[in-house]
Write a protein that binds this ligand. Sequence first.
Ligand SMILES: N[C@H](CCC[C@H](N)C(=O)O)C(=O)O
Length: 336
Amino acid sequence: MTKLLKVHGSFNHFFILDQTELDQPLTDAELVTLGQKLCAPANGILNGADGVLVVNKSDHDGVLGQMRVINADGSEASMCGNGLRTVARYLSEKTGQTAFKVETKQADLTVKKQADFATGVPAFAVEISPVRFNAAALPFEKLGRDRIIDDYLPELAPGVKFTSLAVPNPHLIAFGDEDLLVGPMMKELGEYLNGKNPYFTDGVNLNFAKILGPNELFVRTFERGVGFTNACGTGMSATSLAFALTHPDLGHFETPIKVYNPGGMVQTVLHFTNHRYFIELIGNATVTHTLTVDETRLHQANFTADDFDITTTSEDEAYHQFVTSLPKPVTVNVKD
Ligand SMILES: N[C@H](CCC[C@H](N)C(=O)O)C(=O)O
């Protein structure tokens, strides 16, 4: 039998599959099908998820494991900030180590166990990098620019200034008031840029943010390969950096930035060292369920909820209490 975990970072929900525990790792095609089937709420496996985090062995020195990210639509992403916190916790509890590196598509990233974010809410800090701004890292070549920093993009939305950066997955960011975050534009633009369009040919994570004050933001994200999620770790990290670059009076480097989101709150710390940006993302790493299932069913994506033995942990209650204790600067419903 094979064990999976159901986890979340800021209610950005994932399944973790540790392939080092399998008799036979899944093929890439099997991972795509598994991601689509496990994550679809209609299939009733714990109401689905936003993605599957696949843990593999890493042969890099000083690296405890490799993380691959399969979105709910089966597409693969180069990075997942909320997910990396949960994989870091999984590997920490598996090995007993509390500070180490995890291999991701474009970099081996530093992770470190933190003090609990609140009672019963374990937390990890993870490195978000590499950070790039140019069209080579972002597929927006049809917008006639090599960079998009605090620029109007009338082709996409009149009267809105955007910033785009890759961390290394692609993000497009705009700052505005609550109407922008909860109005119709976000869904329309998010669906357009993640469908057939000449601007972001590989899709893009769309982040709208409200500035709450010095080093305080609220960020809502329409994620590539998923749609609206309760939080996007790389989105909150990229938005924090865009905040400091476009509002240097309010967003500061080397200072914790409080980032609220529909699923809770995380902290980010921006760094610029040796001509390199990187972002620390600090937040919860919550395990809500353990699941066991026959490995063959995962390979064949041939399962219903009845094929899983599911155990619920006691952690979600503690996280709900944490979220309830937070201010609600913007009214966006939490997606179950
Ligand atoms: N949907 C994203 C991957 C997951 C990122 C998000 N869940 C996070 O926490 O960073 C993409 O395709 O780039």
